[in-house]
Design a protein around this ligand. Structure first.
Ligand code: UT7
Length: 323
């Protein structure tokens, strides 16, 4: 039994904030942001939008692309660092109701930016015991968690959602080698107060996103190199056998640093961070949907998804494109 991506979809808010817009709010410049990150602009939600509205739209588009009705879905997995409610109800349940996916189980999965890759991994395991299609939706409204007067973080993130429909079949290909891992000793490197950790945090309003950018950067480069090297080693692939690496879109300098350490040309990394910034767990499925819509994906293409993020966690999955 093989698990295939049979539909992709994405949705981003209409409103765009450029680096020049940000330079009117904090002491920064388009030159600094672009040269340090590769970002030019980000999409930001309006008052009526949130993780469930964006995620639902991305899911609808993925279902339409797959030619599958909401009733056929067996499970909905939502990954989000910015769910509608702090813990319950899950955003997956909210989207299940909005979609009318009445036969689907629904749950959220917390794995920060690698959430989509973790979601694919969990879905594939689940689909060994339940043969029905699964929706993996990654949806983020990062703009509501950042301090817009902190230049260290406000320029880095954007809002958006991406989704895929997974389906089992006997045809070889689809989701292949998976590598997921964590280094919990770095749990404070990216964090946001607001849980029930102490009396105070339980009663206070959630804080802003806090990040030690440099240590995350180093972890990210190590993670990318490890995921790519181990995936290629697993299949005995050389650089020529690989079509695309679809990395978590956090910073082009992380990609450049990884390229210096591994034998894969930078052209094989698909990058769209210039237009969307870092949309956390949504960044890979948004990129994947964009690649599909641009006609960049062909049957038999070999892809590696690679991500890292708060936890600290990392995750990679190799895919043979069969759509
Ligand atoms: O999804 C995972 C999320 N996180 C990441 O992927 C983050 C990974 N880390 C990074 O991408 C980079 O570390 C950053 C982009 C966050 C920062 O780049 P950096 O080259 O590591 O800069 P830095 O933090 O070392 O800061 C250098 C200087 C500092 O000034 P001083 O102390 O040297 O005077 C910062 O205050 O740049 C300053 N700075 C800025 N200047 C203008 C930081 N942000 C800005 C800004 N505009 N927006």
């Amino acid at each position: 039994m093989y698990t295939h991506i049979v539909g992709t979809g994405s949705a981003v808010p209409q409103r765009v904030i450029t680096n020049d817009d940000l330079a009117k709010m904090v002491d920064t410049s388009d030159e600094w942001i672009f040269s340090h990150t590769g970002i030019r602009q980000r999409h930001v939600v309006g008052p009526e939008e949130n993780a469930s509205t964006l995620g639902c739209e991305a899911a609808r588009r993925a279902l339409e692309d797959a030619g599958i009705s909401p009733e056929e879905i067996g499970t909905i997995i939502v990954t989000s660092t910015t769910p509608d409610y702090a813990v319950y109800p899950s955003t997956a349940c909210i989207i299940q109701g909005m979609l009318g996916a009445k036969n689907a189980a629904a749950f959220d999965l917390a794995a920060a930016c690698p959430g989509f890759v973790y979601g694919l991994t969990v879905a594939k395991g689940l689909m060994q015991i339940d043969n029905r299609p699964v929706l993996v939706i990654s949806t983020e409204v990062m703009s509501r968690t950042i301090n817009w007067s902190d230049r260290n973080t406000c320029c880095l993130f954007g809002d958006g959602a991406g989704a895929v429909v997974l389906k089992n079949s006997d045809q070889p290909g689809g989701l292949g080698f998976h590598l997921v891992g964590a280094d919990g000793t770095g749990y404070l490197a990216i964090h946001r107060e607001g849980g029930v950790r102490t009396e105070e945090t339980a009663r206070e309003k959630p804080g802003d996103l806090k990040m030690d950018g440099r240590s995350v950067f180093n972890f990210a480069v190590r993670s990318f190199c490890d995921i790519i090297a181990k995936s290629m080693e697993h299949y005995g692939w050389s650089e020529k056998d690989l079509t695309w690496i679809v990395p978590h879109q956090a910073n082009v300098r992380i990609i450049d640093a990884a390229v210096k350490r591994i034998n894969v040309p930078v052209e094989k990394f698909y990058v769209n961070i210039d237009r969307f910034a870092n949309t956390s767990s949504a960044s890979i499925p948004i990129a994947l949907d964009e690649m599909a819509k641009k006609g960049l994906l062909r049957r038999g293409n070999r892809l590696i998804f690679a991500a890292f993020g708060a936890g600290l966690v990392y995750g990679g999955v190799a895919v043979e494109w069969t759509k």
